[in-house]
Design a protein around this ligand. Sequence first.
Ligand SMILES: [Fe+2]
Length: 271
Amino acid sequence: MRIGTISDLHIDRSKDYYPQDFEFILSKEIARLKLDVLLIAGDVSNHYLQTIQFVQNVKQQSNIEVLFIPGNHDYWKSEQEEKTSYEIFEYYKSQPESIIGSPYIINDEWAIVGHSGWYDYSFADHDKFSLERLEHRKYYGSTWLDKEHIDWGKSDLEMSKLAAASVKNDLEQVKDKNIILMTHIVTHKKFAVPMPHRIFDYFNAFIGTSDFDQFYEIYPIKYSIMGHVHFRNIIEESGIQYICPCLGYQREWRTKNLETEIQNTIQIIEI
Ligand SMILES: [Fe+2]
C-alpha cells in the first residue's frame, strides 16, 4: 500500500494558481504515483468551508481515500463569521475525511491517528523570553496572526494539553498496531527554525509542542507526519520517521511550477 503525505498547500495564497489548479494537479499526481491513500496534514486554506471543499474535491477526482486534519490556518475566521473557533473545530471533526478522535484502521497491522495538535511555547528560547512575554504573541513589530483569527477561549498551553489528551485516547485504541501519527503542529524540535535566530527565538514558541514526546516512547509509532513550519524534510530517529512534507507559500517555492513543487513535496510511506 502506498500512502502519500503532503501539508501546507495554502491553496488560497497563490498569485498564479487557483484552488481548482491545486485540486487538478494534486489529483493527477496521486494517479501518477499510484497512491492508495493521501494524508493532508493541515493548512489547506484560511477558511473552513474552502478547506473541506478542497479535501472532498480531491477525494472525488482522485478516487482514493483522502484523510486530513486541519492546521491553524484552517481554523482562521473573518470578523463576520458566526461560528466560534470551537464550532469550526467540531465541524471539521464531523467530516468523514477528518481523523480527529477517530483513528483510521488500515488493516490488522496498521492504523492512522491524527490531530491538529497545538503549540505549547516549549520550542522558544526560554532564557530570553518569559511565558508572559510569549503569551503576548507579538514581537519585533510582528503579531502571530492566530491571535487575530482564532479564539479558543483557552490558553495555547491548555489547547496543547487537550490535543495531546485526545491523541492519547486514540493511540490507546490502536496500540496493538503500527501507528502513523499525523499532526499539523511540529512534535520534534529538529523541525523548529534553527536558533539562535533574530525572530524565531521568539516565534518558535508557536511552531511546536513537547506534549507528544511521551507518546513516541509508549506507543508503536513508526511514522510521524507534520506540517506548519514549511520545511520539506525527513528525520529518522529511534526507528521512527518524522516527515515534514510542506508545499508552503508560492514565494517559498524553488520553481514557479506547481506541478514540479507538488512532485518535490509529496513523501510516500510504503507499508
Ligand atoms: Fe500552520
